[in-house]
Design a protein around this ligand. Structure first.
Ligand SMILES: [Mn+2]
Length: 287
């Protein structure tokens, strides 16, 4: 009995929160409405996060694909519902920026619906007062509006590559091997893809500088990145198709690109902390 009491926290101390907290969370290229959207994985992570501001940086709902093939699952609905709930219950300010696959919102923007804002671009001011231009980035994809880095490889489309990749990974999983991304490998190794990506990054860096911003946050090319290009910090949130990455601004103002694995670990640790605190309080006798 004495042992138990030693671990009881004083009643005035607030419980550790059940969710991890970010000042800002930036997601892009979810491509909901396609087979390749990792909706379940995203939902799993979103359920463990609270954030003051959520920036959805384009290609959230893939209308291009939905028009071709009507693919939508309950998990896709659940992601949208979770986002609405964040705005409603957590008081999260949601900024939805237009991408090229969800171009339909172009007809609505700019518009503000309570805590949800739809726009073409947005300026995020971080805790230190630095300004970041947030924009999807497709306008700077110079030749086609879609995956030029693949167009340069020939006629193969990103979709075909993802299809091949899905089968290849089923086979790998069957052999007990971890996930492998063909397109990520190509992006990193094929010279024309590499030079396309660097020109995309430079275009956006120039745009940010012209707007008098300290940095840029974009998506579109499905390649997460955090690097300094001259005076401009270039951040790309990646995607939730393959890389499963996000940009986060911690509560102390630190900006980083994080992967799903790290988010999961932090969420799990926070949940454990919360549950232990709840359990230990269960032993506090009523006063
Ligand atoms: Mn895009």
């Amino acid at each position: 009995m004495e042992d138990q009491e030693r671990f009881v926290s004083p009643p005035q101390e607030p419980l550790p929160p059940a969710k991890i907290h970010f000042r800002t969370l930036v997601l892009s290229d979810l491509h909901l409405g396609t087979k390749d959207a990792q909706a379940r994985e995203l939902l799993d992570v979103l359920r463990g996060i609270r954030c003051d501001k959520l920036i959805l940086n384009g290609d959230i709902i893939d209308l291009w694909s939905l028009r071709r093939k009507n693919y939508w699952t309950p998990a896709h609905t659940a992601v949208l519902r979770r986002i609405m709930k964040m705005a409603e219950k957590d008081g999260t300010k949601v900024v939805y920026l237009r991408g090229n696959h969800d171009d339909f919102i172009r007809h609505l923007i700019p518009i503000s619906l309570d805590r949800i804002e739809l726009a073409e671009e947005h300026i995020h001011v971080d805790l230190q007062g630095r300004r970041f231009l947030c924009i999807h980035g497709d306008a700077f994809d110079t030749v086609t509006a879609k995956m030029r880095w693949l167009a340069v490889l020939g006629d193969i489309s990103y979709q075909v590559l993802l299809d091949i990749n899905r089968f290849y990974n089923k086979w790998r999983a069957w052999r007990g091997k971890e996930y492998f991304s063909l397109s990520q490998a190509i992006k990193g190794k094929v010279k024309s893809a590499v030079s396309f990506i660097s020109s995309f990054e430079e275009h956006l860096q120039t745009l940010a500088a012209r707007r008098g911003c300290d940095g840029i946050m974009c998506g579109h090319i499905h390649k997460a990145e955090d690097r300094q290009i001259g005076a401009i910090r270039y951040l790309n949130s990646g995607d939730w198709v393959e890389s499963l990455t996000a940009i986060v601004e911690e509560t102390d103002g630190t900006l980083r690109v994080v992967e799903r694995a790290e988010l999961r670990e932090r969420i799990a640790a926070q949940r454990t902390l919360h549950e232990h605190a709840v359990q230990s309080r269960g032993f506090v006798p009523a006063r």
